[in-house]
Write a protein that binds this ligand. Structure first.
Ligand SMILES: [Zn+2]
Ligand SMILES: [Zn+2]
Length: 175
């Protein structure tokens, strides 16, 4: 995994159902190396990380830069990235150079927490704070990063957008 993907890890964790180990593993299924090694006692740690991520994301939606700084820096000091250069996964004797945020022997929860904290910090560096949103659809609070050129994204997914457009259409027909 390279740095570019860590912002996605932050969003995945912020949006995850963290009620059970199975739910957490399902949310992180794109990273089986982490998901398979997480254990029950890691859940409270991950919930704490998710709360910090949501605090930062809510502050971005509210355009509150001070709180964005405070929340992300609190995450970074509690779950500091410990960068390690790695070359595994290459082809034909040319290493696939990339940086991990924890040593190879660190527990999975340390790496997930540091990846999320580092990912959101780097995400703000790359995209600023205005492209992060929270779905406008009823009963959906999913956070998203809007990388579109017109930056007009309101919904987390096509499914939520369709759902709300159908509801709006029905409401118009009734009046
Ligand atoms: Zn790697
Ligand atoms: Zn949604």
């Amino acid at each position: 995994m390279d740095n570019a993907d860590y912002a996605a890890v932050a969003l995945r964790l912020a949006n995850a159902d963290l009620s059970t180990l199975d739910a957490v593993r399902a949310a992180l299924h794109d990273e089986p190396w982490w998901a398979d090694r997480l254990r029950e006692p890691d859940l409270p740690v991950l919930r704490g990380v998710a709360n910090g991520l949501r605090r930062a994301l809510d502050a971005m939606v509210d355009d509150d830069g001070e709180t964005v700084l405070a929340a992300i820096n609190a995450l970074l000091s509690t779950h500091p990235p410990r960068p390690r250069l790695s070359g595994h996964g290459g082809h034909d004797r040319s290493p696939n150079w990339h940086v991990h945020v924890a040593g190879p022997d660190a527990p999975a929860v340390d790496e997930v927490a540091a990846a999320a904290a580092w990912g959101l910090a780097q995400g703000v560096v790359h995209y600023g704070t205005k492209r992060w949103g929270r779905c406008d659809a009823e009963t959906c609070d999913t956070y998203f990063l809007d990388t579109s050129t017109n930056q007009a994204k309101r919904f987390c997914s096509a499914r939520c957008a369709n759902r709300m457009h159908v509801a709006a259409f029905r409401a118009r027909r009734r009046t």
